[in-house]
Design a protein around this ligand. Structure first.
Ligand code: NAD
Ligand code: IPM
Ligand code: MN
Length: 357
């Protein structure tokens, strides 16, 4: 198969973890007899520095055409003085998500055995944790009207019923393939959008009688995630709550540097589900350029792209197995207590995939 995708390295550690993931993709495609056709494009601060908009139209067109995107991260202090859509986050990442209709963002939380003692939580609390956050990605406060007026500033939060319904369906469908439990997280004691969220989720739930539904308020959820992480299967939540809760969830897994994500749309006419794959972490300006970034989240995101955009299950599994082996052997970066550089972790995993039988 020819694996044609759009590669957007972005800013900060984005290109560093991206290079490691590309080495692993090269090894995997070679090993399984595929060809790799990565369309490299600028995005975010890197595009601004090249005199372009944060999301150049040529970059977007490539994403739209290939329907499979591997993204590092965008943003950083260098571009923090910029306002509104001139910013990498608001001018590139959010439009990419919106214009490709990537409304379903999936972020896993399943601590690796080898990392159970690296999390601040006690091992016996963590063991057995295995949940997935289904985060709504194209609505809510991120995309509402924002601005300044004489009195101050505002960010409007809106959700339509259909936006809530389609992400709820994704969560219940996923739960049907897992332990059949959905925990919906909202702030329905205060927010009207959350009241609509809860009513809509209840209605969708009535079509899935085998799935248990639990509602939690987001403030309480931040606590429950730490006190009873094994109680969750699929966590369904809106855009901003999902952003915050998944950084918290990454702590259970030992590092931000090990959590991949998939942002998916519905299948288009040619049956391809459009997807963008990226780590949940950002451009980590504090460690950029030092070879310290953990590339595992990016490598696992590349594996998810092979599985979800190209249907290449054994190929994705080979990468995931190699990652587990690297973790078990301690062949990791400093955030996980290892001594390897970003590149070394990438080439170790590439070698493991090449050697796999
Ligand atoms: P961050 O995720 O970049 O970093 C948070 C902390 O985690 C830092 O101490 C960093 O060193 C560490 N970290 C993150 N990824 C790591 C990795 N792979 N290996 C080892 N350590 C890692 O969050 P931040 O510092 O709040 O944000 C920095 C910039 O990134 C901001 O401009 C923000 O808007 C942007 N950002 C972009 C994305 C994205 O493009 N998807 C996501 C999050 C943040
Ligand atoms: C993420 C990031 C983004 C978000 C930012 C950079 C806009 O934090 O993907 O988690 O808030 O969605
Ligand atoms: Mn985030």
């Amino acid at each position: 198969m020819n694996i044609q995708f759009t590669y957007l390295p972005g800013d900060g550690i984005g290109p560093e973890v991206g290079a490691a993931a590309m080495a692993v993709l090269q090894a995997t495609t070679q090993r399984f007899g595929h060809t790799l056709e990565a369309e490299h494009h600028l995005v975010g601060g890197a595009a601004i520095d090249a005199g372009e908009k944060p999301l150049p139209e040529t970059s977007f067109e490539s994403c739209q055409r290939t329907g499979a995107v591997l993204l590092g991260a965008v943003g950083g202090p260098k571009w923090d003085h910029l306002k509104g859509a001139d910013r990498p986050e608001l001018g590139a990442l959010l439009p990419l998500r919106k214009r490709l209709n990537l409304y379903a963002n999936i972020r896993p939380c399943k601590p690796y055995e080898a990392l159970l003692d690296r999390a601040p939580l006690k091992r016996d609390r963590l063991e057995g944790t295995d949940f997935v956050v289904m985060r709504e990605l194209t609505g809510g406060i991120y995309f509402g009207k924002k601005g300044r007026d004489a009195e101050g500033a505002y960010d409007e939060c809106r959700y339509s019923e259909s936006e809530v319904e389609r992400i709820a369906i994704k969560a219940f469908d996923l739960a049907m393939t897992r332990r059949k439990k959905v925990t919906s997280v909202d702030k329905s004691n205060v927010l009207e959008t959350s009241r609509l969220w809860r009513e809509t989720v209840e209605r969708v739930a009535s079509r899935y009688p085998q799935v248990e539904l639990e509602h939690l308020l987001v403030d309480a959820m931040t606590m429950h995630m730490l006190t009873r992480p094994t109680a969750f299967d699929v966590v369904l939540t809106e855009n901003m709550f999902g952003d915050i809760l998944t950084d918290e969830a990454s702590v259970l897994c030992g590092s931000m540097g090990v959590i991949p994500s998939a942002s998916l749309s519905d299948a288009r006419e040619d049956q391809r589900v459009v997807g963008m794959f990226e780590p949940i972490h950002g451009s980590a300006p504090d460690i950029a350029g030092q070879g310290k970034a953990n590339p595992l989240a990016m490598i696992l995101s590349a594996a998810w792209m092979l599985r979800l955009s190209f249907g290449l299950n054994p190929e994705a599994a080979a990468i995931e197995t190699a990652v587990e082996q690297a973790l078990a052997s301690g062949d990791v970066t400093g955030d996980l207590g290892g001594t390897l550089s970003t590149d070394q972790v990438g080439s170790q995993i590439a070698d493991r995939v090449r050697r796999a039988t």
